[in-house]
Write a protein that binds this ligand. Structure first.
Ligand code: NDP
Ligand code: A1CAB
Length: 273
């Protein structure tokens, strides 16, 4: 994290509302990057053992004007949870919400129209520093605010800026929910390996290692995903036989993935209602 951003948080403090799966993943990254535990104030009804051990302030007195307030509760809990942060609205506190669906306008209504608010969509590989987060801010967010948010989220992976809040539904459907698709791919590959005659444990070991290895290869390679796929595919070989099934324009993976991502994006739009 850039020194200036670090100083702002260390001096004025940071509030984290909700410390479940995503909140913990991000907090682990921030603490590892040198955000002092004593500058972090967490509000969560049932703190985990890990959270207690971090040494952050838990469900106690809040700083007067924290540099940042991060909202990491479920969209359905927003109505109950947000009033806890209302006092920081319309002031110097930058709000960052990672909630799916919930639009910037909803936060402005709850916190005050002049509140600087950033919507961010991370994903669970943030827990191992390999997430990707897309961000967009409202009109009260300055370049300095955006840099601060990017520094925080860069602690747990890559960041990209969006140009239009409407893109957030598709981002949520692709990279926010996407890790689940990959985990399901592991499950499906393992099941197919077992159906092809392998013991279930061995099939799972092979499927998991294959997805991890392919991911690492993709991460380090200069080639496109398409080229990496071609590299595996010997002419008239086994991969070509499988890809004929997987790449079928009507029954293959592309139309299935399109339907899955469209369903997630539609749900993201519904959550905004
Ligand atoms: N999981 C994911 O892959 C991703 C999630 N998100 C978004 O992140 C947000 C959090 O998701 P996730 O971490 O998975 O959910 P979790 O349920 O794991 O975490 C939410 C946390 O908020 C706590 N909480 C509930 N009510 C309140 C309250 N009133 N005040 C403070 N804390 C409260 C919950 O406590 P308790 O469990 O005791 O109710 C829980 O610890 C969601 O908005 C989701 O859309 C974004 C990207 C990816
Ligand atoms: O399933 C959800 O709604 C959240 C948002 C993206 C990933 N998990």
């Amino acid at each position: 994290m850039a020194r200036m951003e670090f100083d702002r948080i260390a001096r004025d403090g940071m509030v984290l509302l909700g410390c479940g799966k995503m909140g913990s993943a991000m907090l682990a990254g921030w603490l590892a990057r040198g955000v002092p535990a004593q500058s972090v104030h967490v509000i969560d009804p049932a703190p985990s053992e890990w959270l207690v051990k971090t040494g952050v302030h838990l469900n106690g007195t809040m700083p007067d004007a924290p540099a940042v307030a991060i909202v990491a509760v479920k969209p359905q809990m927003m109505g109950d949870a947000l009033p806890r942060l209302q006092a920081f609205g319309n002031g110097g506190t930058l709000f960052i919400s990672i909630a799916a669906g919930t639009p910037l306008a909803r936060f402005a209504e709850a916190l005050g129209e002049k509140t600087p608010i950033i919507r961010a969509m991370p994903n669970t590989p943030a827990a191992v520093g390999c997430g990707i987060t897309a961000l967009i801010g409202n009109m009260h967010v300055s370049e300095g605010d955006m840099t601060l948010a990017e520094s925080l989220l860069a602690a747990v992976g890559a960041t990209v800026r969006l140009e239009d809040e409407a893109q957030m539904d598709a981002v949520t459907a692709l990279s926010g929910s996407g890790p689940a698709y990959v985990f399901h791919l592991i499950e499906a590959m393992a099941q197919a390996g077992a159906s092809a005659g392998l013991a279930p444990d061995l099939a799972m070991q092979l499927a998991r290692a294959t997805v991890i290895g392919a991911g690492q290869l993709a991460a380090g390679a200069d080639e496109t995903a398409e080229q990496l796929r071609i590299n595996v595919t010997s002419p008239k070989g086994t991969t070509a036989a499988a890809l004929e099934v997987l790449m079928d324009a009507e029954t293959g993976l592309p139309p299935l993935m399109e339907r899955a991502v469209a369903a997630a994006a539609a749900r993201s739009r519904e959550l905004a209602q």
